[in-house]
Write a protein that binds this ligand. Structure first.
Ligand SMILES: [Zn+2]
Ligand SMILES: [Zn+2]
Length: 300
């Protein structure tokens, strides 16, 4: 495949998206505004993650596993929890704002002015694929969406962390769900009891005080939160898979204007190490460019 380097050669910073070396994420510290919804959602998020990690590892599974099984379960859940919290942390603190770029690239290069557009709120020209976020009060490079659960806009510099955060959150919640079904089964609660849970809880409220009800109510509550904790990040991850496949953004999934093929799309979003970044949020995987220059499919 012949790749046009129309934009990139002008700046002379990159050979191709396959030959990624280093244009690192901007290091300038720029404050981003956090809403109360962000703070509450991130706090809730962290509480749910920590609850399930400790509940499954130190309360549920010791009831079912020997020391070797517990050790394997501990290593697996610790690795998943590390990936969830590490990616969450880096997604929250890594900015993709236009203001976070070095000053010399906050203006279009000569001949690229027509590719930039004016933001009426920021009162400045911004790079292609940048859009204003009302919550962050800033223009975001290749803005995907604002996510309250990571307390930040997902954009060019932090989409990698969002993808693996949602992936590991879905897997971790899936493991927790399996563990919790074992616990439920031990107490005589089957899957279909979840469907009738509301009726049973209502009846139990009318006849309170039995130990069975207390255990039942707790397990049903945990399972309810747990099922949500599987489905929500799984849906987010699936939407991100489509976004990566098309190199599009969340509010326009089907747009394939910037689709350069799956390998190049992965490099543009996950960096030079592509799918290996799923192993750890700390794996270095530089992005091929700073988010101001985008090649369209037509140029390939
Ligand atoms: Zn703006
Ligand atoms: Zn935002």
């Amino acid at each position: 495949m012949k790749i046009s380097h129309e934009f990139i050669h002008r700046r002379g910073t990159m050979e191709s998206v396959d030959q990624v070396e280093t244009i690192s994420v901007p290091k300038r510290v720029v404050k981003s505004r956090k809403s109360w919804a962000d703070i509450l959602a991130v706090s809730l998020n962290v509480c749910i993650i920590l609850f399930f990690y400790f509940f499954e590892t130190f309360y549920v599974m010791p009831q079912f596993l020997g020391w070797f099984g517990q050790a394997v379960h501990f290593l697996l859940t610790t690795w998943i929890a590390y990936n969830i919290l590490g990616n969450l942390w880096l997604c929250t603190k890594t900015l993709s704002t236009v203001d976070s770029l070095p000053p010399e690239v906050q203006q279009p290069m000569e001949g690229e002015e027509h590719l930039w557009h004016f933001c009426n709120i920021c009162q400045r020209t911004v790079p292609p694929r940048s859009w204003h976020c009302q919550t962050c009060n800033a223009c975001i490079l290749k803005r995907d969406h604002h996510c309250n659960f990571v307390g930040n806009c997902v954009g060019h510099n932090n989409q990698r962390y969002f993808i693996w955060f949602s992936f590991h959150a879905a897997i971790g919640s899936g493991v927790a769900l399996f563990d919790n079904f074992l616990l439920a089964h031990k107490h005589g609660i089957g899957f279909f009891d979840l469907i009738t849970a509301n009726l049973i809880i209502y009846n139990a409220f009318m006849n309170p005080g039995t130990q069975d009800f207390v255990i039942f109510y707790r397990i049903i509550s945990v399972l309810g939160v747990n099922i949500f904790a599987v489905l929500f990040p799984a849906a987010l991850f699936c939407s991100q898979v489509v976004t990566v496949r098309n190199n599009s953004v969340m509010n326009n999934y089907c747009d394939r204007t910037y689709d350069l093929g799956i390998k190049n799309n992965l490099t543009l979003i996950l960096g030079s190490r592509r799918l290996w970044t799923f192993l750890s949020p700390n794996i270095k995987s530089p992005l091929p460019h700073n988010g101001t220059q985008w090649k369209s499919k037509r140029a390939v």
